[in-house]
Design a protein around this ligand. Structure first.
Ligand code: KG4
Ligand code: ZN
Length: 336
């Protein structure tokens, strides 16, 4: 059973093919980062137009890479949300049209379920149940995962997502888009000079808030002369505060659920400092940390192909309706 996965929810066109015994047999990604960089962030209309240009050639190249003919594809999975409406529609219409032409089922995949299941693509995949920390540009969530499709939200950000805070901090520091990797690189030259707050950690619960941290970062930066060292010290303090905040909440989630497996996924899980801080915490808690390979932390087609396989293999499929939901709460997902 070969499943073609299509991801177009934001600024990456991702296409991959998954096979249950062989794993990911082909995987291609086209990033629009360079195009959006000029504008300091994603321009939705440009994103949609670029997905239109790149998606079909990428699908052809992906089949070629896997030595596959189109009649070997048994199902198509596409990201149906959450994300940018125009961008989602490109993936959804392409997937639905191909599925109709090839006479195979198509299934709509929730982007965050894709991220959540990405660590399953590793040889050392976590067993259920586990706690998952999903940290991307649009979401920060702690989820208890009992089985595929059986998700219980433990906490989430009440304002900005962690990735959004990284991106806004990068903007303040005059770094380009996307900001996460740039803030991380600058932080390596920083020193522990400033102490930033760890938001919402001194009250109970598992929700997050990152907008205050953003303001604190701005005020601290404005109190300096903005030399290169000042900026590096601010980046260091911001990254440390974010990492420690995530550590405190994840530790609490493991203790509250009594679980000993922690999975991290989403773009921010590529951050080396955050991975190291969480690794140190799980060792103290006698738990295990599972991370997706770096290339599957940020958006990609492989995670969508895998999540789609899980849903198609239990018979889930939909009508010919083109399904795109820019907002799509994870609790609406069907158990499989
Ligand atoms: O999961 P993702 O590719 O897209 C969304 O679903 O949002 O995540 C993108 C986010 C961006 O905010 C980006 O700045 C952040 O992940 N990111 C990072 C790193 N790499 C990507 N944040 C911190 N450190 C990184 N190394
Ligand atoms: Zn994502």
């Amino acid at each position: 059973m070969y499943i073609l996965g299509i991801e177009t929810s934001c600024d990456e066109t991702g296409v991959a093919v998954y096979h249950p015994e062989k794993g990911i047999v082909s995987d291609l990604l086209y990033s629009q980062v360079k195009m959006h960089n000029e504008y300091g962030g994603v321009v939705p209309e440009l994103a949609s137009r670029d997905h239109i240009r790149k998606l079909v050639p990428l699908i052809k190249a992906c089949l070629k890479q896997g030595n596959l003919a189109s009649n070997q594809i048994n199902g198509i999975a596409y990201t149906a949300g959450p994300g940018l409406m125009g961008a989602l529609l490109v993936g959804a219409t392409t997937a639905r049209s191909l599925a109709w032409t090839w006479c195979v089922p198509a299934v709509a995949v929730h982007h965050m379920e894709g991220h959540l299941l990405a660590p399953m693509l590793e040889d050392n995949a976590p067993e259920f149940p586990f706690v998952a920390l999903l940290v991307s540009g649009g979401h920060t969530m702690l989820v208890r995962v009992d089985a595929i499709g059986c998700y219980h939200l433990l906490g989430e950000s009440i304002d900005d997502a962690a990735g959004e805070a990284f991106d806004k901090t990068a903007k303040m520091l005059g770094l380009g888009y996307p900001g996460g990797p740039k803030v991380a690189a600058l932080a390596e030259k920083g020193t522990p000079r400033f102490k930033f707050p760890r938001p919402m950690t001194n009250r109970p619960g598992l929700d997050f808030s990152f907008s205050g941290l953003k303001t604190f970062t701005m005020n601290t930066l404005n109190s300096t002369e903005k030399t290169e060292q000042d900026k590096a010290d601010v980046a260091y303090a911001f990254q440390m505060a974010t990492a420690e905040t995530l550590v405190i909440k994840c530790r609490r989630a493991l203790q509250q659920t009594g679980l000993n497996r922690l999975v991290i996924a989403g773009g921010v899980s590529a951050n080396t400092q955050i991975r190291a801080s969480l690794q140190a915490m799980v060792e103290q808690e006698k738990a295990t940390l599972f991370c997706p390979p770096l290339k599957y932390c940020t958006d990609n087609g492989a995670m969508i192909a895998y999540a789609g396989y899980q849903r198609l293999s239990v018979g889930q499929q939909e009508s010919l309706e083109i399904f795109a939901k820019p907002r799509w709460p994870m609790d609406d997902l069907l158990s499989v």
